[in-house]
Structure formats: structure tokens, C-alpha cells
Design a protein around this ligand. Structure first.
Ligand SMILES: [Zn+2]
Length: 472
């Protein structure tokens, strides 16, 4: 498995930045050209490879007007062709579904799947029609990137321990030296992204080379429940990533306040422009409404949250050989857009990162990730199965007479779902509810109410209610 790493430039001289930005801009034209010429059914769709594009360009001098070095445009052609191919693959997923809907005949299905895979779909009228329907012609939007081949750059540490990355500029044998904020030299193919006066160096490393991948996983099976104030709660009652709530709240407040101020400034600028004071309007737009600082702060926040989430997942894998969790990649909100609601946007994004961290860390450290149906796990009492009312982070079970901590209760339920004979991953919600209700009914006819049993008291001591602590 590959993992993307990012190194950042430290204080970079504006002349160097401008030179790199110019190169990226010219390469953006190369990308646009590739998309325009080969981004359709007749180009990459017909199985055209980047090497063939390069040979054609070399033969008829297509590359000359771009004014960039050979390696730079060749790598860019390769990158853009790969983008187009990815775009094409996404369309094929839809077409495969259409094939399954169209026919039940295995031989016919196989014939169409094979034709699709080998890019020979133009010969079949149905496939050609489907491809035209699902493959929306894209265009290039990337004008700030430079792809550098592994043998075209070098990284040197200077006398003061600073790492300098030298990449090709616009002229032969004129390297641009970029000081980096890290001491680990990037490796493999680099993607330089120029943003707000800073260079981001993206590169991939093999996950097995990461130190955290060498850490062995635990031996137990744990259920986990995703929270808002913390990243995850496990079925042992452990809370992991408890700073998440604070991080999200402060970011949400900052965004709301920032948006309010920007709206005000924008209206001042608009009024000035109406009055004819274009100088003032321009001054406000360029000095106060720029995106550089805002984007940088947002990136810093994202990095902090990611660290919090990945650390939390590592803590859980420290204990577990198998982690049972809800499939967090599933989108319950459907296609409804989240609009301007800052809190919901942040929550949706964190959910995605948590899913990524669970999959990524499990794979790297060799633990299993088991997805289960999480319907009603936050409402059912884990001991008797009765559906109860949740208030805040407490769950009061009237038949057991116990107050559980809601997150811990949910995590235990999730753990139990892994071995549940009746509730499968795709059992619909209403059926899950029916199953749970049937079980408690059966339960009640057999067992007496157990408020005062010693077992209950023991559980209560194990999972004390912590609402007073987590509400601050
Ligand atoms: Zn109960």
C-alpha cells in the first residue's frame, strides 16, 4: 500500500516561486491540450497510451510552443493521460451496472464486460451509447502543478542541517533550489503544487516503510463507536481522541466569525465600487478578501484533526487484532447537499477521515476491520436489547434500571453485531428494529426484571456515567 506524504517549502524567495509558478502555468497549457485532443472517445477512450502521444508530439513539433523542458512536458502528458483514464474508469463503473440491468445471460454479460475492459466498447452499439451517456467530457483545471521524475531532482542537506530540493527550471541545467521544512528527503516521482507563495511537495512512500506500520497490533476484538466529542469509544469503555470536539468547535466558530467579517468587507467594497471608488474596492478585495491566509489556516486545522484521528485509531489497534465498526464510508444523508452548515460539513468530513484511518491503519498493522450493521446500536440496551431513550450521553434502560454511558453502550452493541445470527450488514433498518423488539419480548417472558442483581451493580461500576466530565 502506498501512502502520500507532503513536504512544505520554508521561506522561499519570491523570484524562485514566480519561476516555478510560470513553469506550472505553461504545463497547465500542456494538460489542457492533452485533455482537449485525447480526452474523448477517440483518444484515451480508444486505448491511446501516453507514449504514443509523446511520439506524435515529437514528430510534429507540438511541444515547442509550450516553452518547457522535454522531461517536464513528457511527465505532464503522462499525468494528464492518467487523469483522463481515471475519469474513464469512473464512467465504466456506471456502464457495468447498466450491463447487469440489461441482461441476465452470463455469456452476454461476459462478452460486454470484456469489451468494456479492453476499451473495445465502440464496436457494440449498446456499450457505445452507455459510454457516451456516462462519460462526461472533462477539461483540465490544473494550472499549478509540476510533475518531476525521480531521476530529475536531487536533495542535499546544507551545513546548517537544512534540506534543499533542487528541481529543473525552465532552462536546461538551471535548477531551482527549494528549502524544505523537513529533514526527510522526498523520494520517487514528485508532484509540486504551488499554492499561496508556498511549494507543497507530494510524493508516495510504501506504507511498510513507515515506523507505525512496524508496530504490532493487539490480540483482542473490540467494538468502536464514532462520536463527536471524541474520535472513537471502544467497547472496553476507552475514549480515544478526546480533543476532537474542542478542535471542531473552535474551527467552526472561527469559520463562522471569518465568514461574517468577510461578508461585511465585501459589502463595503461593493458600495465603494458603486460610488466609483474603484481604488478602494480593489484594495479591499486584494488585501482583505484574499484566500491565502484562509486556505493556510484551513490546511493547518485539517492536519491537526487528521493527527488526532489517526492517533486514536492507532491506540485502538494497539489493543485489537479485530476492530468491529460501522461502515463510515456509507452516506446516510443521501445526495442532499450540506449547504452552508459549517458543523455538518465538518462532521461529514471527520467521518470520512475516521473511515480512512480505520482502513489504513488496520491494513498497515495487520489487524482486521469488520464492518457491521449499526442500526439502533445507539438506542438499544446492550444487556437486554430493549430500545431505550437517549438523553445527552446517557442511555437509561427502564427494564434493567441502569444508566449506561451511551457511547460505550453503542460500542458494545457494535461488537455484538459481529456475531449476530439475524442482523447482517445489509439488513434494512425496520427489520433490525423488529428483530430487536421480538428478542426483548421473548426475553421478558423468560426472565424477571433485574434491577438489583449484583451483575447490574458490577456493570454500573465498570461504565460510570461521565456526562459531567465530557460536557465541559
Ligand atoms: Zn436493559
Amino acid at each position: 500500500m502506498k501512502v502520500t506524504r507532503i513536504a512544505y517549502s520554508t521561506v522561499l524567495n519570491p523570484g524562485k516561486y514566480a519561476a516555478l509558478a510560470e513553469q506550472a502555468h505553461r504545463l497547465g497549457r500542456v494538460r489542457s491540450e492533452v485533455w482537449q485532443r485525447y480526452g474523448s472517445i477517440a483518444g484515451v477512450g480508444a486505448g491511446l497510451r501516453d507514449r504514443q502521444v509523446r511520439d506524435r508530439w515529437l514528430a510534429d513539433g507540438m511541444h515547442v510552443p509550450f516553452g518547457v523542458l522535454a522531461n517536464a512536458w513528457k511527465e505532464t502528458v503522462r499525468d494528464a493521460t492518467a487523469d483522463i483514464a481515471a475519469n474513464l474508469e469512473a464512467a465504466k463503473v456506471q456502464v457495468r451496472r447498466a450491463i447487469s440491468r440489461r441482461t441476465d445471460d452470463p455469456a452476454e454479460r461476459k462478452r460486454m464486460f470484456t469489451a468494456l475492459k479492453a476499451d473495445r466498447w465502440a464496436e457494440d452499439p449498446f456499450l457505445a451509447r452507455q459510454m457516451r451517456k456516462h462519460w462526461k467530457r472533462g477539461r483540465n483545471r490544473t494550472h499549478d502543478q509540476i510533475v518531476v521524475r525521480a531521476d530529475a531532482y536531487n536533495a542535499v542537506v546544507d551545513g546548517r542541517g537544512r534540506l534543499w530540493l533542487a528541481v529543473p527550471g525552465l532552462r536546461r541545467r538551471q535548477m531551482v533550489r527549494i528549502p524544505l521544512s523537513t529533514t526527510v528527503a522526498p523520494s520517487g516521482t514528485l508532484r509540486l503544487i504551488l499554492r499561496g507563495g508556498r511549494v507543497e511537495v507530494h510524493y508516495q512512500i510504501d506504507a511498510s516503510r513507515m515506523r507505525s506500520s512496524q508496530r504490532p497490533c493487539g490480540q483482542r476484538t473490540l467494538g468502536v463507536d464514532k462520536g463527536y466529542t471524541e474520535v472513537l469509544t471502544d467497547s472496553d469503555g476507552g475514549h480515544h481522541g478526546t480533543s476532537l470536539g474542542r478542535l471542531l468547535t473552535s474551527e467552526s466558530d472561527r469559520l463562522k466569525e471569518g465568514n461574517r467579517r468577510r461578508a461585511k468587507l465585501r459589502s463595503i467594497a461593493n458600495t465603494a465600487a458603486l460610488r466609483g471608488d474603484h481604488a478602494k474596492a480593489h484594495r479591499i478585495r486584494s488585501h482583505n478578501l484574499g484566500a491565502v491566509k484562509r486556505d493556510r489556516q484551513a490546511a493547518r486545522h485539517r492536519a491537526r484533526v487528521r493527527t488526532e484521528i489517526f492517533t486514536a485509531v492507532h491506540r485502538i489497534v494497539d489493543k485489537a487484532a479485530a476492530v468491529v465498526a460501522e461502515d463510515l464510508t456509507k452516506r446516510f444523508a443521501g445526495r442532499k447537499t450540506l449547504g452552508k452548515n459549517v458543523n455538518r460539513r465538518l462532521a461529514a468530513w471527520t467521518k470520512g477521515v475516521t473511515a480512512e484511518a480505520l482502513a489504513n491503519v488496520s491494513e498497515r498493522r495487520g489487524s482486521a476491520l469488520v464492518h457491521v450493521n449499526a442500526a439502533y446500536t445507539s438506542q438499544a440496551c446492550h444487556r437486554c436489547g430493549r430500545l431505550c431513550r437517549r438523553s445527552g450521553d446517557r442511555l437509561h434502560c427502564t427494564s434493567c434500571g441502569v444508566v449506561w454511558q451511551a457511547d460505550v453502550n453503542a460500542a458494545i452493541n457494535i461488537l455484538h453485531r459481529a456475531g449476530d445470527p439475524d442482523i447482517a450488514l445489509h439488513t434494512p433498518c425496520h427489520e433490525v428494529k423488529q428483530i430487536l423488539q421480538d428478542r426483548t419480548d421473548r426475553h421478558r417472558t423468560r426472565l424477571p426484571v433485574q434491577d438489583s442483581s449484583p451483575a447490574t451493580a458490577g456493570r454500573r461500576a465498570n461504565y460510570p456515567n461521565r456526562s459531567a466530565m465530557s460536557n465541559e
